[in-house]
Design a protein around this ligand. Structure first.
Ligand code: PBG
Length: 337
């Protein structure tokens, strides 16, 4: 018989409550902790002039203009947050079926990257690669007869990645779920001289209804008009398939991998971390944020407690880094304690 991994204890000699008695002994026994170093703050930007427009379905989250984005990014940097992830709310007039604004070196996200790089030192800048902020149909890729075509989309994504790297983006994060895009983007970046740009693959990205508030924030919900992304994002019923996605992305050159959404998919985070031992990121998505925030606003949950509990749950599941809209508040809390 194999030894049990966790040795059995016997009461009354073994009393698991013993170290739980004091704050100091609980601190010493803690197996996981969240640090500011683990946090990535997703930030929405828009074409001014308003400094900050609230996102209705995400109380406490705003779309910033570039000027204000610089101030907010500096605040994140000061709090010790290592990186932010930028998401543009594109002017609807600039959205087209082929999303060509994605390739414009003067588009909103590229201008924001340059402004941040010029004004905020030592803060990592992460950008999504996907066409949904730019397409009139709201999909992440090119539509042919109602289907998002794979290989043609990948070619555009490679160009989008290079444009963003040229603007100064540190981490390219493909969130489109096309097959083969990680290898193609890695190659395109290397050929353009960006061999040091990190690739963070949204590897196990599920077709989730928890993205609803995000789509309001970037304005893609109306473009999608009720259509779903099930033909490219993963089926929430699947877990083994997530491991195949991650394995492929690592083989194609991903530096970091991601599971998304977060809380409903902690089993996937654990399996990815245990199976591959690579830097594993998790995205606490807009709907997760909205749920906690809404319940707290009604006085049904204590926001600070559920925020920190949800973040430590990601660490326990094996996450190294966490994308969360709570990043600023969590950093403030973590620095206080
Ligand atoms: C775009 C993208 C989405 C999110 C991040 N990048 C939405 C989607 O795939 O429809 C979701 C983030 C969130 O809900 O917070 N490809």
């Amino acid at each position: 018989m194999l030894e049990p991994i966790v040795p059995l204890g016997h009461y009354p000699t073994t009393r698991l409550r013993r170290p739980r008695r004091f704050a100091w002994s609980r601190r010493l026994s803690a197996e996981n902790r969240v640090a500011v170093d683990d946090l990535i703050w997703p930030m929405f930007v828009h074409e001014g002039p308003e400094a900050a427009i609230p996102v209705a379905s995400m109380p406490g989250v705003f779309r910033y203009n570039i000027e204000r984005a610089i101030e907010e990014a500096a605040r994140a940097r000061q709090l010790g947050i290592p990186a932010i992830a930028l998401f543009p709310a594109t002017d609807p007039a600039k959205k087209t079926p082929n999303g060509r604004e994605a390739l414009n070196p003067e588009n909103l996200v590229c201008r924001t990257i340059r402004a941040l790089k010029a004004n905020v030192e030592g803060l990592g800048i992460i950008c999504d690669v996907a066409l949904d902020p730019y397409t009139s149909h709201g999909h992440d890729g090119l539509l042919r007869n109602g289907y998002v075509v794979n290989d043609e989309t990948v070619e555009v994504l490679c160009r989008q990645a290079v444009v963003q790297a040229q603007a100064g983006c540190d981490v390219i994060a493909p969130s489109d779920m096309m097959d083969g895009r990680i290898g193609a983007i890695r190659k395109a970046l290397d050929e353009a001289g960006f061999e040091h740009v990190i690739v963070l693959a949204y590897s196990a990205k599920y077709a989730s209804a928890f993205y609803g508030p995000f789509r309001d924030a970037v304005g893609s919900a109306t473009n999608l008009g009720g259509a779903g992304k099930q033909t490219y994002q993963m089926d929430p019923a699947n877990a083994d398939e997530a491991l195949r996605e991650v394995a492929m992305d690592i083989a194609e050159g991903a530096d970091w991998v991601m599971v998304k959404p977060g809380m409903p998919y902690l089993d996937i985070v654990r399996r990815v971390k245990s199976s591959f031992g690579v830097p594993t990121f998790v995205y606490q998505v807009s709907g997760e944020y909205a749920m906690l925030r809404a319940a707290a606003e009604r006085g049904w949950l204590d926001l600070e407690s559920v925020m920190l509990e949800s973040l430590v749950a990601f660490k326990r599941a094996g996450a190294d880094g966490i994308l969360t809209y709570f990043a600023i508040e969590a950093a403030q809390l973590l620095r206080r304690t």
